[in-house]
Design a protein around this ligand. Structure first.
Ligand code: ADP
Ligand code: MG
Length: 683
C-alpha cells in the first residue's frame, strides 16, 4: 500500500461527512492530505513585549496577578478583564465572549496570551489564550499552519487532522527525487519536508521544507517535459522529410523579396528538424511584422515536396481566409493545391474538403482548430503549423501520435515570451527566434492623445488617405457584453462616415457572418475601403501592407501586449506608419502603458515592461497561457529554482542510466503514472 491508495477515512477523526467535505478540496487520499500544504503560518512564538510595536499581534507569556472581572451584556455577550504581569509590567488582558475562562484565571498561574498589543493603555485584546500547565497546550511557542479551508472544514480541525495523518502515516512518506539530486542540492528528505512544512520548528525549517517542495514540484514538472522530448527523439517515429536544399533555394527565389538573415536562420533550423526521423516540436517566435508567415510557407512547401500534406491552423476565420489567399498566390506556379476548412462552411463543401484531404488531392489545408480533430483524415499529414495564440501541449501531441499521426509541429507566436516563462510554458520545445524586421522597415511612430484632440486625429486620417494609404480605427470592449462592444464600433463607424463623406468606410466586428467578414476584409486589403472601423477581431495576423495608420480608441482599456499586437497591423510595408492611442487614462498603470507604447515599438521590450507591470502570473490571458498552476512554487519568486530544475531534468533524461537503472525506478514509476507516457517503454 502506498499513501495514494489509502483513503482519508483511515485517518482517525475523519468521519464520512468530513471525507465528503475534503473531496471538495481535491483531497481523497492520505497522500493528497499530506500534500495539502499551508499557505502561511500563524506565529505563536513567545516574544518579549518590550520589542513589540503598538498595535501588533503578538504571543507573550505572563503570570496572573488578579481575579478575572466579568461584565455581561445581554444573553451571550461578555467582557472579561484580568491583570497579568508580563516582564515586570502589569498589563490588562481583555477577552470578549469568553466568560467561561473566569474560573480558570487564578492568581499566580502562568498563562500564554495571543492578541493585539495596545501600548498606551498597557492592554491586550486577546484572540487566543492557553495555560502551559494544562496538558495539550500545543500552540504556545510554535508556528501554526494556516490552510485554505471552508465549508465544514475549520482551521483547527484541519490542523488536528493533518497532525493526526502525520502521526499515523508520516513514516510511510517516500522519497521521489533521485538520491543524487537530493544530495547535490542539500535538500531535506521528502518525509522531513512534508513534516516541517506542516509543523515547522522555526522559520528556517519552514523555509527549507518549502525550498525542497518547490524544487520537487518544478523538477517533476520539467522531467515530464524533458522525458517526453527525449523519448520522442529516441523513438524517431516521426517523418523524416526528404528534401534537398536546392529545392528550397529555388522556391525562395520565387518570393517577391529576399529573406532576412533571421528568416534564413530559422528556415535552416526548421529544415534540419524536418529531416530528422523524430517529430519536430519547435516554437518560432518573432515580433509582429517580422515575417513568420513566409517561413511557415516554406516549411509547408517542403512537406508537400517530400510527398506529404501540411496543415496551417489559425485562431480566426479572417486569418484563415487571409492565409488561404496568400498561400494560393505563393504556390500558384508550383502546382500545389491549397484548401480551406472552417466552422462556417456548408456541410457539402466540408464533405468535399474532407474527401480531398483523405485522398490527398489537397496538399495544404488552412483552417481553425477543428482541423486536427475527429472526423478529419489525412492521406499523409507531415507538418502542422499553428499560427498565433494556440499550441499543442504535450498531452495533445501524445494524442495525435497515438491516433497514428506523428507530424512535425511548428508553433508560431508573436508574443515574445520572457525566457523564464518560455522554460515553463514551452519547456518541451525547441525555440527559434526572429529578431529583426524586414529591411527598409521604419519604426512605427506612436503618439498618445486625449479625446479632446479627435479633430487633429481626423486631420491625420485625411492626410494619410490623400497620400493613398489606409487606416484602422479600433474600438474596445466597453462593457462585458458583445452587444455594447458592437454598438460602440457602430457609433464610431457612423461618425467616421459623417466626417469623411467622400471615403469608403468599412465596419468589422465579431457578430458579422463569416462571409460578411470576409467581404469587408478583402475590400480593405484591395484598398476599396480606405478606413476600417473594427473591434479587436483584427488583433492577430491581419496583413494589409498599405495600411499605415492605426488609431486605437479608449486605448487604456487594452493590455500592453494587445496594444502592441494591434499596432503591429501597420508598419508592414515600405511607408512610414503611425499609431495613435486615444486615451484619458485614470489609473497610474493606464498612463504607464501609454508611456511604454510611445517609448518603444520593440515587442521584446514591450513584453518585458508588461511583465514588470503585471507580474508573470498575469502575463498571458489565463486561457491561452499553457502555464501550469503550481501548488508551492511561485513563478516570480522561484525563477532560479525553475532554471535549475529544467537543467537537472534535461541532464537526467540524457543519461542512459536514467532509463535503465534501479536507482531511478521510483522517478520512472512517477512518469509512468502520467497518461502521456502510457504505452511507452520506460525501462
Ligand atoms: P508576422 O510575423 O507578424 O506574421 P508577416 O509574416 O505577416 O508577419 O509579414 C509581415 C509583412 O512583411 C508581410 O506583408 C510580408 O509579405 C512581408 N515580408 C515578410 N518577409 C519579408 C522580407 N524578407 N522582406 C520584405 N518583406 C517581407
Ligand atoms: Mg502572422
Amino acid at each position: 500500500m502506498t499513501l495514494d491508495q489509502i483513503s482519508v477515512r483511515q485517518i482517525k477523526g475523519v468521519s464520512a461527512p468530513k471525507e465528503e467535505e475534503l473531496h471538495a478540496f481535491g483531497v481523497q487520499t492520505v497522500a493528497d492530505l499530506l500534500d495539502y500544504f499551508p499557505y502561511r503560518y500563524e506565529d505563536y512564538r513567545i516574544r518579549e513585549l518590550s520589542e513589540v510595536k503598538d498595535g501588533e499581534k503578538v504571543t507573550v507569556q505572563g503570570t496572573i496577578r488578579g481575579n478575572g472581572i466579568l461584565q455581561r451584556y445581554g444573553r451571550s455577550k461578555s467582557r472579561l478583564t484580568c491583570k497579568i504581569e508580563i516582564e515586570h509590567m502589569l498589563v490588562t488582558a481583555v477577552w470578549f465572549n469568553r466568560h467561561f475562562l473566569q474560573s480558570q484565571l487564578v492568581p499566580g498561574r502562568e498563562i500564554v496570551l495571543t492578541g493585539k498589543w495596545e501600548q498606551q493603555r498597557l492592554q491586550m485584546t486577546i484572540s487566543e489564550s492557553e495555560f502551559p500547565d494544562k496538558a495539550g497546550a500545543p500552540k504556545s511557542g510554535t508556528l501554526q499552519p494556516v490552510y485554505s479551508v471552508g465549508g465544514g472544514i475549520t482551521q483547527p480541525w484541519m490542523r488536528k487532522t493533518v497532525g493526526q495523518a502525520l502521526a499515523q502515516y508520516g513514516a510511510m512518506i517516500e522519497e521521489v527525487l533521485p538520491h543524487s539530486l537530493v544530495e547535490q542540492h542539500g535538500l531535506m528528505s521528502r518525509r522531513d519536508a512534508v513534516l516541517h512544512i506542516h509543523q515547522p520548528g522555526d522559520v528556517r525549517e519552514g523555509q527549507e521544507a518549502r525550498r525542497r517542495m518547490v524544487y520537487e514540484e518544478l523538477f517533476l514538472f520539467q522531467l515530464k517535459l524533458q522525458a517526453y522530448r527525449s523519448l520522442n527523439r529516441k523513438r524517431g517515429d516521426g517523418i523524416a522529410h526528404k528534401v534537398n536544399g536546392e529545392t528550397i533555394r529555388l522556391f525562395a527565389q520565387t518570393l517577391p523579396f529576399e529573406l532576412t538573415d533571421g528568416q534564413k536562420k530559422v528556415v535552416n533550423e526548421i529544415m534540419s528538424d524536418m529531416r530528422q526521423p523524430a517529430a519536430m516540436n519547435r516554437l518560432l517566435q518573432g515580433d509582429v511584422g517580422s515575417g513568420k508567415t513566409v517561413v511557415a510557407a516554406i516549411a509547408l512547401y517542403c512537406t508537400v515536396k517530400a510527398g506529404h500534406q501540411g496543415a496551417l491552423m489559425v485562431p480566426t476565420e479572417i486569418l484563415a481566409d487571409q492565409h488561404l489567399r496568400s498561400l494560393q498566390k505563393l504556390f500558384a506556379d508550383a502546382g500545389i493545391e491549397v484548401g480551406l476548412l472552417t466552422g462556417s462552411m456548408t456541410e457539402r463543401r466540408r464533405r468535399d474538403v474532407l474527401a480531398g484531404l483523405q485522398m490527398g488531392m489537397i496538399d495544404i489545408i488552412v483552417g481553425t482548430h477543428a482541423l486536427i480533430q475527429d472526423g478529419v483524415f489525412f492521406r499523409s499529414l507531415g507538418l502542422v503549423v499553428t499560427d498565433e495564440q494556440h499550441r499543442f501541449g504535450v498531452n495533445q501531441r501524445s494524442v495525435l501520435r497515438r491516433k497514428g499521426l506523428n507530424p512535425d509541429v511548428l508553433t508560431m507566436t508573436a508574443t515574445p515570451i520572457p525566457r523564464t516563462l518560455a522554460i515553463t510554458a514551452f519547456g518541451d520545445m525547441d525555440v527559434s527566434t526572429i529578431r529583426e524586421r524586414p529591411h527598409g522597415r521604419k519604426p512605427i511612430k506612436t503618439y498618445w492623445v486625449k479625446h479632446g484632440m479627435m479633430d487633429r486625429v481626423l486631420g491625420f486620417i485625411r492626410k494619410e488617405v490623400d497620400e493613398g494609404r489606409q487606416a484602422y480605427v479600433i474600438c474596445p470592449l466597453i462593457e462585458e457584453s458583445d452587444k455594447l462592444d458592437v454598438q460602440n464600433a457602430i457609433d464610431v463607424f457612423v461618425q467616421m462616415q459623417q466626417a469623411f463623406p467622400d471615403l469608403k468606410v468599412g465596419l468589422l466586428h465579431g457578430r458579422l457572418t463569416a462571409s460578411d467578414k470576409d467581404e469587408v476584409m478583402s475590400s480593405f486589403s484591395e484598398n476599396e475601403t480606405q478606413l476600417l472601423i473594427a473591434t479587436t477581431v483584427v488583433e492577430v495576423g491581419v496583413d494589409v501592407p498599405n495600411a499605415t495608420l492605426m488609431i486605437i480608441m479608449d486605448s487604456e482599456r487594452f493590455g500592453l501586449s494587445q496594444l502592441h499586437q494591434l499596432r503591429g497591423r501597420v508598419g508592414r510595408g515600405e511607408h512610414q506608419s503611425h499609431c495613435i492611442l486615444v486615451a484619458d487614462p485614470k489609473s497610474e498603470t493606464g498612463r504607464e502603458r501609454m508611456k511604454v507604447m510611445t517609448e518603444t515599438d520593440d515587442g521584446f521590450e514591450v513584453a518585458r515592461r508588461d511583465l514588470e507591470l503585471r507580474g508573470p502570473g498575469d502575463f498571458f490571458g489565463t486561457k491561452q497561457s499553457g502555464l501550469p498552476e503550481f501548488r508551492v512554487a511561485d513563478m516570480a519568486a522561484d525563477f532560479e529554482t525553475l532554471e535549475l530544475a529544467r537543467d537537472d531534468a534535461a541532464e537526467l533524461c540524457a543519461k542512459e542510466e536514467f532509463w535503465t537503472e534501479s536507482a531511478y525506478a521510483r522517478v520512472r514509476a512517477y512518469l509512468q503514472k502520467d497518461q502521456i507516457f502510457q504505452g511507452e517503454q520506460l525501462d
